[in-house]
Design a protein around this ligand. Sequence first.
Ligand SMILES: NC(=[NH2+])NCCC[C@H](N)C(=O)O
Length: 304
Amino acid sequence: MIKLNVQDETSRLRAVVLGIAESNGPTPKIEDAYDPKSIEHIKAGTYPSERDMILEMDALNKVFEKYEVKVYRPKTIKDYNQIFTRDIAFVVDDKLIISNILPDREKEIDAIQYIIDQIEPNKIIRASEDVHFEGGDVMLWNNHIFIGTYKGDDYKDIITARTNMKGVNFIKSLFPNKIVKEFDLVKSNTNAKENALHLDCCFQPVGKNMAIIHKEGFKNETDYLYLVNLFGMENLFHISKDEMYQMFSNVFSISNKVVVSEKSFTRLNNWLRKHEFIVEEIPYAEISKQEGLLRCSTMPLIRD
Ligand SMILES: NC(=[NH2+])NCCC[C@H](N)C(=O)O
C-alpha cells in the first residue's frame, strides 16, 4: 500500500509518478493538438522527437535516483502522449484526487490504474463529469490551496482552459479547513506567449517563502497582488512573457533546498543559487515545446 502525504510543493520528496515519453506517437495533426506551443512547433517542423524527449525524462529520472526518490512510471499506451502526469491526478494531504481532464487526454488515467490500486480506496476521490480540473492548476501552500481557473463565458471554446469554477468549488468542498484561493488566468488558444495554460505555467512557490511569478498571467491585478501580499515583493522572482513561454515557473522542487531546473534558465538558476538553493540543471527544452516542463511531468505521492 502507498501511504500518500503531500502538504505543499517543496517538502522533501519521497515518491513520485514521472510521465513517460515512450510511444508518444507521431507528430500530431494541428487539429489534434491541444495547446498553442505544440501547434507552433508542428507548423514549423520542429515538434520534438520521441527519442529526444526520452533522453530528457531519463535525465530527470537520474536526479530522482540521486536523491533516492521512489519513482513510478505510467504503463505505456501505444502512440499516446503520457508526458504530463501532473494533470491527471494529484495528492492533497492523504487523498488522491482524480482529475476530469481534457477528453483528448482521458486515457492517460488508465495507465496509472496499477498505482491507484495500491492506495486505500477510501482515499481516492472522483468528481462528476461537469466538474473540471487538472493538477497543473492546483497548488498547495501552507494553509492555502491555490487554483488556476478561467471564468470567461467562452470557457467551452477555450481548449487551454482546463479548470472551471465547478472544479474550484468541488475542491473547496473537500477541504473546508483550507483557504482555497482561485486565480482567473489569461488564456489563448493561438498564442503561447499570451497563454497561462495552467497555474504552474505562470506561478510556483520554491523554498519556504519564495515564488516564481509572471504578473501578466493573471487576468486581474488584484489576484497578482494577493500573492505579492502573501509572499512579499522581495521574495518573488518575476519572469517576462518570453520566460513564461520558456516555462521558467515550471521547475520542480525535491526539497525546500533542491530545485530541478532547465539548464538554459540562466537568470532564474542564478537567482536560485543566490538564495542558497542547490539547482539540479538538466536538459528539458524539447519537452517544453509541448507547453509543459518539469512540474507538469511529475505527480508527487509522498513528501515529508
Ligand atoms: N501542468 C501543466 N502545465 N501541464 C502541461 C500540459 C501540456 C499539454 N500539452 C496540454 O496541453 O495538456
